[in-house]
Design a protein around this ligand. Structure first.
Ligand code: HEM
Ligand SMILES: *[C@@H]1O[C@H](CO)[C@@H](O)[C@H](O)[C@H]1NC(C)=O
Ligand SMILES: *[C@@H]1O[C@H](CO)[C@@H](O)[C@H](O)[C@H]1NC(C)=O
Ligand SMILES: *[C@@H]1O[C@H](CO)[C@@H](O)[C@H](O)[C@H]1NC(C)=O
Ligand SMILES: *[C@@H]1O[C@H](CO)[C@@H](O)[C@H](O)[C@H]1NC(C)=O
Ligand SMILES: *[C@@H]1O[C@H](CO)[C@@H](O)[C@H](O)[C@H]1NC(C)=O
Ligand SMILES: *[C@@H]1O[C@H](CO)[C@@H](O)[C@H](O)[C@H]1NC(C)=O
Ligand SMILES: *[C@@H]1O[C@H](CO)[C@@H](O)[C@H](O)[C@H]1NC(C)=O
Ligand SMILES: *[C@@H]1O[C@H](CO)[C@@H](O)[C@H](O)[C@H]1NC(C)=O
Ligand SMILES: *[C@@H]1O[C@H](CO)[C@@H](O)[C@H](O)[C@H]1NC(C)=O
Ligand SMILES: *[C@@H]1O[C@H](CO)[C@@H](O)[C@H](O)[C@H]1NC(C)=O
Ligand SMILES: *[C@@H]1O[C@H](CO)[C@@H](O)[C@H](O)[C@H]1NC(C)=O
Length: 399
């Protein structure tokens, strides 16, 4: 046995000598934790599913988190790192704070995974698994996630500001932002379909509602009925609506499907950057095709998520396996955090079982808290019925 290992080592040494460093660089692999932590993906899936049962909005939060992790320093979990006294981290840059959410779900998944196999599974991989699981839960389709990412040790707000595209972007800026990550214009249109679920704060689209141009108060490429309703939900100059959010896909707000593209063609795209997908013939052809063929979009979306998930990844011995996803490792191998994580992990699994038992009583609470959003939604549907043949579907069971 020892002999065989020595032979293997010698062989690897020889190979390393022959091949260039780039060629030996480890690749992401499906089933990367098969041997070292066989239940890792299952534990993440169970954690995300439990969080989703409590609050289905965690799904869009985690899908967006994967995008924001990968576009800043690659998919290295840097979006999870907390700011410190001498560093403002990515998560506190305006494109992330206060809108990016779901960090507690990643913490819970990490704690549960650490309880089973300490120091093995990276935070970067947990984000990629959690995004896949969120897609499965909200869209009922799934894909294999190549893994083996390592965690980065750097996270700055300045890099988040520089790399994350703004909702005010035109098509040229969007294409360039994706090209900077080796993603094509087609990938950009395909991935924008993620705006089929989730919500946005008023500040991301009020540019289209007030004082738009010298000739028009509202953006003329936005449905006027929709603009009026958005104005009623997001008043001008109002700090009171700082925390107000609206659904981004009016047709099926909580289902991950191709309705985003259908809405775009009905002037229901929410951001300037959504509308921008109709401003170049090449892009709008892709929008039309995605609206026409849901299965085709699903397949392209899965492929594009894997592609996005491989941007500038750290592998092999690069980076580290962070113990606490919010804090870079201190350098010492024996960290007191390990003990904390194990306790925390078991605690979470207990809570998960309790959550199952409580689900019926929680369902009522959830309906009550969502009543307001549904009320606005129904109003919006009535208004939209004036301008289109859209059949409005209620996002969740409604009394
Ligand atoms: C094409 C360039 C993109 C721009 C300019 C953009 C911009 C935005 C903005 C401004 C929001 C709303 C934030 C808020 O105000 O609360 C948002 C939400 C969201 N974005 Fe994007 N995005 C882009 C691409 C993507 C991609 C590639 C994905 C994932 C594959 C994605 C997934 C999401 C999701 C799921 C939400 C909803 C988040 C939630 O409900 O919390 N976006 N996006
Ligand atoms: C892990 O197991 C799956 C299923 O048996 C297999 O498809 C995959 O290639 C394996 N991955 C690795 C890295 O061993
Ligand atoms: C359930 O969701 C609510 C928000 O809707 C959140 O405040 C709470 O912490 C969540 N509970 C669990 C156990 O995840
Ligand atoms: C920031 O402070 C931490 C200790 O809190 C230190 O380890 C780190 O080197 C400092 N970073 C910089 C860039 O000064
Ligand atoms: C997708 O979700 C279904 C349940 O909705 C589950 O049975 C299946 O294992 C999930 N697939 C993956 C890859 O997690
Ligand atoms: C989810 O997709 C599977 C096929 O992949 C299908 O059999 C099942 O009925 C779907 N579930 C829902 C709730 O649509
Ligand atoms: C797109 O936006 C950039 C920067 O905001 C601007 O320089 C450029 O002229 C715009 N392109 C078009 C076609 O409007
Ligand atoms: C894009 O591809 C080029 C050529 O392979 C490579 O040098 C560069 O690092 C890649 N950029 C990113 C962000 O992956
Ligand atoms: C645009 O055109 C190029 C070739 O001219 C093509 O490769 C690409 O798929 C088209 N679609 C998009 C969305 O860029
Ligand atoms: C509206 O926009 C014009 C320029 O287009 C600007 O001069 C004016 O101050 C703006 N008014 C308000 C109320 O923001
Ligand atoms: C918003 O504030 C500007 C001045 O800051 C004012 O001119 C404008 O009328 C206000 N708009 C509304 C709708 O109150
Ligand atoms: C928005 O939320 C923050 C954080 O929860 C809170 O401090 C602030 O008062 C809220 N603002 C409004 C206008 O509700």
């Amino acid at each position: 046995m020892i002999h065989l290992v020595m032979k293997l080592n010698a062989l690897l040494f020889l190979l390393a000598g022959v091949l260039s460093p780039a060629a030996v660089k480890a690749q992401l692999k499906i089933g990367f934790y098969n041997k070292t932590c066989p239940t890792a993906e299952q534990i993440v899936q169970q954690t995300v599913a439990a969080a989703f049962r409590n609050n289905s909005q965690v799904a869009p939060g985690l899908i967006r988190m994967s995008f924001h992790d990968c576009f800043v320093r690659g998919c290295d979990g840097s979006v999870l790192i907390d700011s410190t006294s001498n560093n403002t981290a990515e998560k506190d840059a305006p494109p992330n704070n206060p809108s990016l959410h779901g960090f507690e779900v990643i913490d819970a998944a990490k704690a549960a995974v650490e309880a089973k196999c300490p120091n093995i599974v990276s935070c970067a991989d947990i984000i990629a698994f959690a995004a896949r699981d969120s897609i499965n839960l909200s869209g009922n389709f799934s894909y294999n996630v190549p893994a083996g990412r390592r965690d980065g040790r750097i996270s700055t707000a300045a890099e988040a500001n520089a790399n994350l595209p703004s909702p005010l972007s035109n098509a040229t800026k969007l294409i360039n932002a994706f090209a900077a990550k080796n993603l094509t214009a087609d990938d950009m249109v395909t991935l924008s379909g993620a705006h089929t679920i989730g919500v946005s704060h008023c500040s991301s689209f009020t540019n289209r509602l007030y004082n738009f141009s010298s000739t028009s108060q509202t953006d003329p490429t936005l449905s006027l009925a929709y603009a009026r309703l958005l104005q009623s939900v997001c008043p001008a100059n109002s700090s009171a609506s700082a925390n107000t959010t609206v659904f981004m896909d009016l047709i099926t707000p909580t289902k991950l499907d191709n309705a985003y593209y259908v809405g775009l063609q009905l002037s229901l795209g929410l951001f300037t950057s959504d509308q921008a997908l109709l401003t170049q013939a090449n892009l709008s052809a892709a929008v039309k095709e995605n609206a026409r063929d849901p299965g085709g979009w699903e397949n392209r979306f899965k492929t594009a998520m894997v592609k996005m998930g491989s941007i500038q990844v750290l592998t092999g011995t690069q980076g580290e396996i962070r113990k606490n996803c919010r804090v870079i490792n201190s350098g010492s191998l024996e960290s007191p955090l390990e003990v904390f994580d194990n306790v925390h992990g078991e605690e979470f699994l207990r809570e998960e079982i309790e959550l199952d038992n409580q689900i019926n009583s929680r369902a009522n609470e959830k309906l009550a808290s969502h009543f307001c959003a549904h009320h606005i939604y129904i109003k919006l549907c009535r208004q939209l019925a004036l301008i289109s043949e859209l059949k409005c579907i209620l996002p969740e069971p409604f009394p």
